[in-house]
Design a protein around this ligand. Structure first.
Ligand code: IMP
Ligand code: MG
Length: 171
């Protein structure tokens, strides 16, 4: 039987997202910030984060699908390119969770090829145990050693993205 065990509450998420938004607002106050959300998992986090950022910024979305089964390989297929011209802009990639880091490392390389002024990473969850790529988040709301979590945009086979808080999934 599938079990969903409460792990991070709505209140805890709100507090950390607000803090991260404040840090970003401070660090990027003299920059040309563009938040680039990675579909689909980041959509809930992106929607809350943008509203906690008090400086002017643009928003774009990028879509990728990983070619692998249970864990990503770093071979990604771009399913949606950014719409904006990112040249000379300060890009903050917004991701739901960094696991092996392979997806983000491939996306970062792609974004860098578009000649932005800078590229940094903001993730809701930084999951450490399975990290393979030499990559780390510049901003992370929460740290997790291991496990599989769902809710607040994070899915298991496309389900549970709608849950307002984060749960540990036990199959
Ligand atoms: P990476 O390339 O291994 O870092 O893969 C990151 C992607 O795997 C995330 O964007 C998620 O879509 C997915 N993922 C990794 N861990 C979890 C999890 O615990 N819950 C839900 N999705 C996850
Ligand atoms: Mg994802």
């Amino acid at each position: 039987m599938t079990q969903l065990i409460p792990m991070i509450s709505q209140g805890e998420i709100r507090t950390e997202v607000k803090k991260t938004g404040q840090q970003i607002s401070l660090h990027y106050r003299d920059k040309n910030l563009v938040l680039v959300g990675i579909l689909k998992g980041s959509f809930v986090f992106l929607a809350d984060l943008t509203r906690e950022i008090t400086i002017d910024h643009e928003i774009d979305l990028i879509g990728v699908s990983s070619y692998s089964g249970t864990s990503s390989t770093g071979t990604i297929k771009l399913t949606k390119k950014p719409d904006l011209d990112l040249e000379g802009k300060d890009i903050l990639l917004v991701e739901d969770i960094v696991d092996t880091g392979n997806t983000l490392s491939a996306i970062k390389a792609y974004i860098e090829s578009l000649h932005p002024a800078s590229v940094k990473i903001c993730t809701l969850i930084n999951k450490h145990e399975r990290r393979q790529a030499d990559i780390d988040a510049d901003y992370a709301c929460f740290s997790l050693e291991k496990g599989f979590i769902v809710g607040y945009g994070l899915d298991y086979n496309e389900l549970y993205r709608n849950l307002p808080a984060i749960f540990d999934l036990k199959l």
